[in-house]
Write a protein that binds this ligand. Structure first.
Ligand code: ADP
Ligand code: MG
Length: 652
């Protein structure tokens, strides 16, 4: 019953046989006056018949469908639906056929709006239609309603039963629409309720930070650059929410390089100047360390204790970190997943920041937050998320957007380099390196999971050799998952200190890495990367006043890969790319696996049903404000709707 059609065939009107007109498909009714079935060759079995409805006869032919003949006989009335051809006389070819008997049977395959289902091997349309039809007949009455009556009445929705019948066997297009609307609304409401029960934020439960800027003022006056207006607006928006007693949930969005780090640093300092701790969680150790060192830079001239907790901290450092956290002394804590381990407590944390959110799931978000007592929360995305998706997945978040990048940045010039253009690219690269800039060269992981891939390491080594040949007087470093942590860090530090001209790496450098002197990004086999990843990689350059380039080395062979490369060379704006990406891949794929715990959307479409999504969001808020635990009798249906999903989140 929940395997929904992907489309419908309109076979509602009968055509008199005399009016059948090739090449238009037709639905006709008639009596069989001639029938024969024979083998035309070893490979070809032919069934021919002629029917008439009293006007004129019509010839029909089926190829290689011997079972059709078995169900037919002379004198039987049939309904046929299919294509009409006029090669060698007007005739129907391979139509769907159903025998008309005296009973009032429904014609599942030939008449009306016929559902077309997604198929799987060994299961054909007709079989699915019959099964669904039988299931509806048997079980529809026993199905529980999943929406409160008031909601159904109030919105004029179909009942659950009506909607299921309507989506499978509609009589009109209008009925399909009504059925879709009901089911889509239900899905979106479940999604919103589910997200909200994971991160509730009620007035009066959060921490009201004080507004007196002691540290943050000093911090700003020591910055080596002036904050952009967009950054100022973001900071003001976040401060206002931190000062309120409602628990803050902010999704901080900004294109790659828009300067999210300094905004979050400011927010963290606000927690510290309030005598609290602030926690920043990054997806990788390299990033956590980079954050720690760039915070150190930014915080020069401001006296704040900082500490790192990651999986590879030596135990003495680890002890220092956990002791500091437990003591509750005002401080900045930076770390990786190690922060969510159960032994870690951060009772005095009043702000949690999660960087590059797409690497973390809903559950991890909630787990980190529970280390403190109702701390405020900021999540930062690696690349922008389309607005519709942000609303769907962060229904309980307010979106704060940094909508412009720091001035004096040139957009990264992006070019597609086919194999034949490699030497030209080398020439351009040589020119840039000779002016003192540096370059990244990124190789894809092939058939391996990220950062442990031996295949990727081999690729890096091969590529290094290739570049060493082409650039004999350049210093070339490598970075891949097969190196031990220390070696990785050393490679990155040496590149940062300009000891290498070129760094050949895997996508370990994908997120967040900030080395402004690097102005060229070469992506080898660029057709193997997704759009978000390509944009993220490109974002590693163009972080200073120097003109930057991104070279996509690829011979794309699929239409999707060609389109991705084309989009990359024409679109620089991460928000626009994200929209394209979502269209190309669909919301599910776009999200990847990280967003676990999110209910599936079978009917609802995040782009087309945007209005409905907003309504579902409002409805969810109203319901949970009035009845946070869904205990009222009228909300009982919703408990059935959420069922397992609610339980999952409560377990956190
Ligand atoms: P992202 O938003 O991609 O995380 P970062 O926070 O890493 O970007 O910032 C990118 C670079 O821009 C960093 O080198 C940072 O120091 C610099 N930066 C941030 N804000 C400004 C600004 N207002 N003016 C100039 N440079 C800035
Ligand atoms: Mg960043």
């Amino acid at each position: 019953m929940f395997h929904f059609p992907r489309a419908y065939l309109d076979r509602r009107s009968l055509t008199p046989i005399g009016s059948v007109q090739p090449p238009h498909p037709a639905v006709v009714v008639g009596e069989i006056i001639r029938l024969r079935s024979f083998r035309a060759s070893r490979r070809l079995c032919v069934t021919q018949c002629t029917i008439t409805d009293g006007t004129v006869p019509l010839n029909v032919v089926w190829f290689n469908q011997p079972y059709v003949a078995r169900s037919l006989a002379k004198g039987v009335r049939v309904i046929l639906s299919g294509n009409v051809s006029d090669r060698r006389g007007v005739h129907m070819q391979n139509p769907d056929v159903e025998v008309l008997s005296g009973e009032t049977r429904e014609f599942l395959h030939t008449m009306g709006l016929i559902p077309i289902y997604p198929l799987t091997e060994g299961l054909g349309q007709k079989k699915i239609r019959r099964l669904v039809h039988a299931a509806l007949d048997d079980f529809l009455d026993r199905l529980e309603e999943t929406l409160p009556d008031s909601l159904i009445q109030g919105r004029g929705l179909l009942s659950r039963g009506q909607a299921l019948r309507g989506i499978h066997f509609p009589r009109t297009h209008d009925e399909i629409e009504k059925a879709r609307e009901r089911i889509a609304f239900e899905e979106l409401l479940a999604l919103q309720l589910c997200l909200r029960s994971a991160t509730s934020s009620q007035a009066g439960t959060g921490i009201a930070h004080g507004a007196e800027p002691t540290l943050t003022r000093a911090f700003r006056s020591h910055l080596p650059f002036t904050l952009t207006d967009a950054q100022e607006r973001a900071i003001a928006g976040i401060f206002r929410r931190m000062e309120s007693s409602r628990q803050m949930n902010v999704l901080l969005q900004g294109d790659v390089g828009s300067g999210k780090t300094v905004v979050s640093a400011c927010a963290m300092l606000k927690a510290v100047e309030n005598g609290r701790q602030a926690v920043l969680m990054a997806p990788t150790e390299i990033l956590a360390e980079q954050h720690l060192s760039s915070l150190g830079e930014l915080l020069r001239g401001v006296n704040v204790e900082t500490v790192l907790l990651s999986g590879r901290c030596p135990s003495s450092e680890r002890r220092r970190a956990t002791t500091l956290m437990a003591s509750g002394r005002p401080a900045l804590v930076v770390g990786t997943h190690a922060l969510i381990e159960s032994s870690v407590t951060i009772p005095n944390a009043s702000l949690v920041v999660i960087d590059e959110q797409h690497r973390f799931g809903v559950n991890q978000r909630a787990a980190l937050r529970q280390k403190g007592v109702n701390p405020d929360l900021i999540v930062m995305t690696a690349t922008p998320i389309p607005r519709t998706l942000a609303l769907a997945l962060y229904g309980d978040f307010e979106v704060v957007t940094i909508d412009t990048c720091p001035p004096e940045r040139h957009p990264v010039e992006t070019r597609h380099i086919p194999d034949a253009g490699r030497n030209r690219m080398y020439r351009l690269l040589r020119e840039t390196l000779s002016t003192g800039r540096q370059a990244f060269v990124v190789c894809p992981e092939i058939g391996e999971r990220s950062d442990s891939g031996a295949g990727a390491a081999a690729r890096v080594t091969e590529t290094r050799t290739e570049y060493a040949k082409a650039f004999p007087d350049c210093r070339i470093g490598v970075l891949h998952g097969r190196l031990c942590a220390e070696e990785r860090e050393k490679a990155l530090t040496r590149f940062r200190n300009n000891d290498f001209d070129i760094l050949v790496a895997t996508t370990l450098i994908e997120v967040g890495i900030d080395i402004p002197n690097a102005s060229v990004m070469v992506i080898e086999s660029a057709d193997r990367f997704g759009l978000a990843q390509l944009h993220q990689l490109r974002g590693r350059v163009g972080r200073s006043v120097h003109k930057s380039h991104c070279f996509l080395v690829a011979e794309p062979s699929t239409p999707e890969a060609i389109r991705r490369i084309e989009l990359m060379t024409t679109v620089n704006d991460g928000f626009a790319l994200a929209e394209h990406d979502m269209y190309l891949r669909g919301p599910g794929e776009f999200l990847g696996t990280a967003q676990s715990g999110i209910p599936p959307l079978r009917v609802a479409h995040l782009v087309k049903d945007f209005a409905l999504l907003e309504q579902a969001r409002e409805t969810a808020t109203a319901i949970l404000d009035a009845d946070p635990q869904l205990m009222l009798p009228e909300n009982r249906p919703l408990r059935a709707l959420l069922g397992d999903r609610m339980r999952q989140n409560v377990d956190l």
